[in-house]
Design a binder for this molecule. Structure first.
Ligand code: TPP
Ligand code: MG
Length: 737
């Protein structure tokens, strides 16, 4: 650990005015460049504020007061080489990395040609693929875990350079994911002082310290989070103090309004990271001379005296004074520079105001991969011949076995696959395995058993117990072109990752207008019928995720489908939530021989489990075997023939198969394990009522769980979850119409 602290209240470094002098590594030319960038940044803010008042743009976030630290970071790091997860105040950083003012104004007007998002995101939500500025969102802090994943991904690639290659026969996502990496690259991530209160920040600090990852965390501390001052935000008032116990870090605390001191701090931080010692933390004291945003008036909570005190430290004015004092520029030089900037900005604004807006119909573009259609026949292959080498029929395997076998074969095929999560490794203390003291765990359900032993702990490893970190880190890695296949141990505990799953992962491609994508797989053990699982090991809730555009949701009911769909999930180019029903893991229903290393099932193709002509039952997951039991009973008893449809994937879902079946049976039951109201089947039922009304001879019925939690005592659990008899009664009732 190394710590460097400069007094944030010191005036700008005044080192004399000799022409050959270097200012902590910055030349006079670089200082002039720094001032130009800072001044440009401030003036863009001023122009945007004007444009907002004229209602020519729709939102404004300023980077005012943060210019010096941003420019310093931009000069110390390398665009298109290092990676950047900047937050909304990092205008000056982006300019220093090479973003043009015109491009910023294009974002303000929401132009079709806005390179960040094509009019989809607010201004100051940076995204410039060529510069390695990764698309940013609005939730404070969710970028931090992704930055850690990005750094992790870069280091993985440095250790496994062959993974970056695209094999000629790679008919999968890799064709569309060109990878670049550098052995000594750094990932920069910034955040405000308020954002350092977010749990994800602490998860990211922990993960990067554990892995000694080359991440520079820059906290731009302007003393406020909107109206909340630092002393009620951060215990003790200093984030530097709070994080000082993290091992493997290099720490800097600096006056972030001083470009020279800031550059020096970043140079030291970057050196530490590039040399592979670990992450760095730069705590930059800055100011916020304008209100939080144009929707905020800071005079409501900050008296004039306080604001004037801040103004004394304005980085733009201070740098100008510094250049004059050091004789680097005189009045004339300053005037000329500022005039040039004004002219450049005027031209940029004029051009941006003429730019065309996006076409309304373009809004649906890039929700999913435009290159690889996950519903296409490309993902339709036949199972390998089910014959063992001795000519006997191979034994039928469980869903757990086939998921494990599929993961193993895919890992052999594609070196970009990494697996992590809670307990997924065989044994983190590898020497126990080597000395054959232990057999290894491989997941609480043993789905990943043996994979660490086969592929090493670079590719299969335990993560800290932090779900947001699992998903956020996977997102960052996938952005770099890797294929994380991560596990969330129980669906009941997916909620800490909800910000990543709702606001980040599925939005990345759309919000960056296809500039970035993060196709990874999140495997999750879901569901009840466990006799003793109780409220926190039995939940469903798939509709919460099918409600999220951009996220594929898969829910297999048997071993063969699980193998085929998991392979598709891994090879496809979209993010996938892969829901595995715990009760089905080792059920005797639906066992199958391993279908071989190429078996795939396209998404959006339902399976007719049982053909019939009288009633359609639409279901999925663990309700499939229960509905089959009910249907067989009804057929035995009264000859009613039920057509049982297993949807297999919930987003996309197979509307065509439903429609064809309902046209034949004219009666439909939608059955699902989740709570009845607002559940997944509610949408299916509504669509049937809406679009197939003419075909119906009976009301659309639903059978699902009671609107309550799953209890522990099996008698109570049975009362809550849909049972074969509930399904039977509903089918029998429908048959009467
Ligand atoms: C998760 C989340 N909560 C709340 C908000 C609303 N919000 C936007 S910025 C902000 C304050 C951020 O303060 P800080 O991190 O200090 O950054 P600063 O704006 O001061 O640079 C808040 C509360 C948000 N965008 N995301
Ligand atoms: Mg702040």
């Amino acid at each position: 650990m190394a710590t460097t602290k400069t007094d944030p209240k010191l005036p700008l470094a005044a080192n004399g005015g000799k022409k050959s002098k270097s200012y902590d590594g910055l030349t006079r030319e670089q200082l002039i460049k720094a001032y130009r960038l800072m001044y440009t940044s401030r003036r863009i803010d001023d122009r945007e504020i004007l444009l907002k008042r004229q209602q020519k743009i729709f939102f404004q976030m300023s980077g005012a007061g943060h210019e010096a630290i941003g420019v310093a970071a931009g000069l110390a790091l390398k665009p298109g080489y290092d990676w950047f997860y900047p937050y909304y105040r990092d205008r000056a950083l982006c300019l220093a990395l090479g973003v043009e003012p015109y491009q910023m104004f294009l974002q303000g007007v929401g132009a079709a040609d806005d390179p960040s998002s094509g009019g989809r995101q607010m201004p100051s939500h940076w995204s410039y693929p060529a510069l390695h500025i990764v698309t940013q969102s609005s939730p404070t802090g969710s970028q931090i875990l992704q930055a850690v994943g990005c750094a992790d991904g870069g280091r993985f690639l440095a250790r496994h350079p062959k993974a970056a290659e695209i094999p000629a026969d790679a008919k999968d996502y890799r064709q569309f994911k060109n990878i670049s990496f550098q052995n000594d690259e750094i990932t920069y991530v910034s955040l405000g002082d308020g954002t350092s209160s977010e749990g994800e920040f602490w998860e990211a600090m922990n993960v990067s310290a554990l892995g000694k990852l080359p991440v520079i965390f820059c906290v731009e501390d302007n003393g406020y989070a909107i109206s909340v001052p630092v002393e009620v935000q951060t215990a003790g008032g200093s984030i530097s103090q709070l994080v000082s116990g993290f091992p493997n870090f290099h720490f800097e605390e600096v006056d972030g309004t001083d470009p020279v001191a800031s550059y020096a701090a970043f140079t030291r931080a970057a050196k530490y990271c590039r040399e592979g010692h670990g992450p760095a933390f730069v705590h930059a004291h800055v100011i916020r001379p304008y209100s939080h945003s144009l929707s905020d008036d800071e005079r409501l909570y900050r008296p004039d005296a306080e604001r004037e005190r801040d103004a004394q430290r304005d980085p733009v004015t201070r740098t100008q004074m510094f250049l004059l004092r050091e004789g680097i520029l005189d009045d004339k030089g300053i005037n000329q520079l500022e005039k040039e900037v004004e002219a450049e900005l005027q031209a940029a604004v004029d051009r941006a105001l003429d730019a065309l807006p996006p076409a309304p119909e373009s809004v649906m573009n890039f929700l999913y991969s435009p290159d690889l259609d996950v519903t296409s026949r490309m993902f339709e292959t036949q199972p390998a011949a089910a014959e063992a080498s001795d000519g006997k029929k191979p034994t039928a395997k469980t869903m757990a076995d086939l998921i494990n076998a599929t993961l193993r074969d895919e890992m052999k095929r594609d070196e970009r696959i990494v697996i992590f999560g809670e307990d997924v490794a065989d044994c983190s203390r590898e020497e126990y395995l080597k000395r054959k003291l232990v057999k290894g765990k491989g997941g609480v359900f043993k789905l990943t058993f043996g994979l660490q032993c086969d592929f090493g702990n670079d590719r299969v490893f335990n993560s800290p117990l932090a779900e947001a970190a699992i998903v956020g880190r996977a997102t960052g890695m996938a952005t770099r072109g890797l294929k994380p296949v991560v596990e969330v141990q129980f669906f009941d505990y997916i909620w800490p990752a909800m910000m990543q799953l709702r606001d980040e992962l599925p939005t990345i491609r759309w919000r960056s207008n296809n500039g970035f994508s993060a196709p990874c797989v999140i495997r999750v053990a879901i569901g009840g019928y466990l006799t003793g699982g109780a409220i926190y090991h039995s939940q469903c809730g798939e509709s919460i995720f099918t409600h999220i555009p951009g996220l594929r949701v898969v829910f297999p009911s048997n071993a063969l489908d699980a193998a085929g769909l998991l392979r598709t999930a891994i090879r496809c180019d979209d993010p996938v939530l892969f829901l595995e029903h715990k009760r089905l893991y080792r059920e005797s229903y639906g066992r199958a021989a391993y279908p071989g290393p190429e078996y795939m099932i396209p998404f959006g193709k339902a399976k007719i489990v049982h053909e019939g002509t009288d009633i359609t039952v639409v279901t999925y997951g663990a309700v499939v075997p229960r509905a089959l039991q009910a249907a067989q009973k009804l057929e035995r008893e009264q000859g009613t023939k039920v057509e049982l449809i297993d949807l297999r994937t919930l987003n996309p879902f197979d509307w065509e198969t439903i429609a064809v079946s309902v046209a034949k049976t004219n009666r439909v039951l939608v059955a699902y394990e989740d709570t009845l109201s607002w559940g997944y089947g509610a949408e299916i039922a509504a669509r049937i009522a809406d679009q197939l009304f003419d075909q119906l001879d009976a009301p659309v019925r639903r059978v699902a769980a009671k609107d309550i939690f799953v209890p522990y005592q099996p008698i109570l659990e049975d009362a809550v979850l849909p049972q074969p008899n509930d399904l039977y009664l509903a089918m029998r009732d429908l048959a009467k119409y």
